[in-house]
Design a binder for this molecule. Structure first.
Ligand SMILES: Nc1ncnc2c1ncn2[C@@H]1O[C@H](COP(=O)(O)OP(=O)(O)O)[C@@H](O)[C@H]1O
Ligand SMILES: [Mg+2]
Length: 240
């Protein structure tokens, strides 16, 4: 049974991440309510990956805090993350999913039933026994999403999930993500791809040089962002 208490909204409160004497993420504050797809947009080096890792708990803020509405900790976390380059174990497709479920503390029967369900949901059933590392890039990313989905996250983080993929595979992943949102999963993903942000975002967080400089509904952001840096980014000007 699913817990009735939601871990959302997620509150990011004055979060900084310092390295080499510099704030690579500089006092970012925002919230993620349940539902919809938030795009973390910005040029290379803006701090998007760092921000996602801070939110997911892979990095500790040097100042500020990441807070969840109710206990998101513990072994079976209710937020999951998909990385830019899929990390596949040198095992079969189904074993990759089973391993993630085992790490989250699920029993053998639960691993098998959730595993089968995830493979079917993401069209990977006929690949179950294949070596995960022999899948195409697009299929590996699909498996990475299936593996995250099997954990039944309320919030799914994805870091530039299509940056290594060709246009056809990109389109497939985008459709898949829209499906997850329709299913009620809250999605927060980074991209530097404006077209993708336009196609997917309900809301845009625009990041520049580690600072969150705009937080707006996608419609108004693309109609005309308030921040000069965001306008320059939309115009295709280099702003780094
Ligand atoms: N652990 C780290 N130590 C020092 N600098 C880092 C570290 N991680 C990232 N950076 C730097 O922080 C900046 C933001 O990185 P990143 O979050 O990867 O940007 P983005 O994902 O938006 O391209 C970059 O200048 C990067 O080189
Ligand atoms: Mg990045």
């Amino acid at each position: 049974m699913r817990d009735v208490t939601s871990i959302l909204p997620l509150h990011v409160d004055g979060v900084c991440f310092a390295a080499a004497g510099r704030n690579l993420v500089d006092a970012a504050s925002f919230s993620v309510p349940p539902g919809g797809l938030t795009v973390l947009l910005g040029p290379n080096g803006a701090g998007k990956s760092l921000m996602l890792r801070l939110c997911h708990g892979l990095l500790r803020p040097s100042a500020g805090a990441v807070r969840w509405a109710s206990g998101a900790g513990g072994r079976a976390k209710r937020h999951a993350m998909v990385f830019q380059k899929p990390i596949m174990l040198r095992r079969s497709v189904e074993a990759n999913i089973a391993h993630a479920l085992a790490a989250a503390g699920h029993s053998g029967p639960e691993r098998r039933s959730r595993g089968r369900e995830a493979l079917a949901r993401f069209g990977l059933s006929d690949r179950a026994t294949q070596a995960a590392r022999l899948l195409s890039g697009g299929e590996q990313q699909r498996l990475a999403i299936a593996r995250a989905w099997a954990l039944r996250p309320e919030l799914l983080f994805l870091d530039e999930p299509t940056s290594q993929l060709d246009p056809a595979a990109t389109r497939q992943i985008e459709e898949l993500l829209a499906g997850l949102v329709a299913e009620g999963i809250t999605v927060m993903m980074s991209t530097h791809d404006l077209g993708q942000a336009r196609r997917l975002a309900d809301r845009v967080l625009f990041l520049h040089r580690g600072r969150l400089i705009e937080d707006a509904p996608a419609e108004s952001f693309f109609a005309g962002p308030r921040a000069a840096e965001a306008r320059a980014f939309l115009a295709g000007e280099l702003i780094w």
